[in-house]
Design a binder for this molecule. Structure first.
Ligand code: SF4
Ligand code: SF4
Length: 135
């Protein structure tokens, strides 16, 4: 049995195709969608936990790569050093998943690590270098 958290990036021409449905139907895989959105470049971004038998899992991954779906493992962790964060908000618009977001009640920038796909965009953007990559 294999179970992995992965990030799938779909080219524009696959956005309306039942790709994930086929993973279930043809490869007996199960999935739990953690995040789904269309990027400004009109690519589909899907973060999911994909599980199944080892052979089925490998066939499912091959099916995706044959379709030109980019697959990135969630192997890195991004964290925030709250002491360094100045609440400048620069990361909020750049974060593609909403992991960094403005809490409208407190007007503070919150970091939800469960939504983070470790794209590292905030790491480069954060002026005081409060966002850190752990390997
Ligand atoms: S690395 Fe930063 S920008 Fe990328 S998803 Fe995580 S919090 Fe958002
Ligand atoms: S860019 Fe950095 S300092 Fe600014 S709110 Fe985001 S984490 Fe905090």
């Amino acid at each position: 049995m294999v179970s992995k958290r992965i990030v799938l990036t779909f080219p524009h021409n696959l956005l309306d195709k039942p790709v994930v449905y086929k993973l279930v139907k043809d490869f007996n895989l199960t999935f739990n969608i953690l995040q789904a959105r269309v990027t400004p470049e009109e690519e589909g971004l899907l973060v999911l936990e994909l599980s199944g038998g080892k052979e089925d899992y490998e066939k499912g991954i091959k099916y995706l790569t044959d379709l030109d779906v980019k697959i990135q493992p969630l192997s890195k962790d991004v964290t925030r050093d709250d002491d360094k964060c100045t609440q400048c908000g620069a990361c909020v618009t750049i974060c593609p998943t909403g992991a960094l977001h403005l809490d409208k009640k407190t007007m503070k920038v919150e970091f939800d690590s469960k939504k983070c796909i470790a794209c590292e965009l905030c790491v480069k953007t954060c002026p005081p270098r409060a966002m850190l990559v752990k390997f």
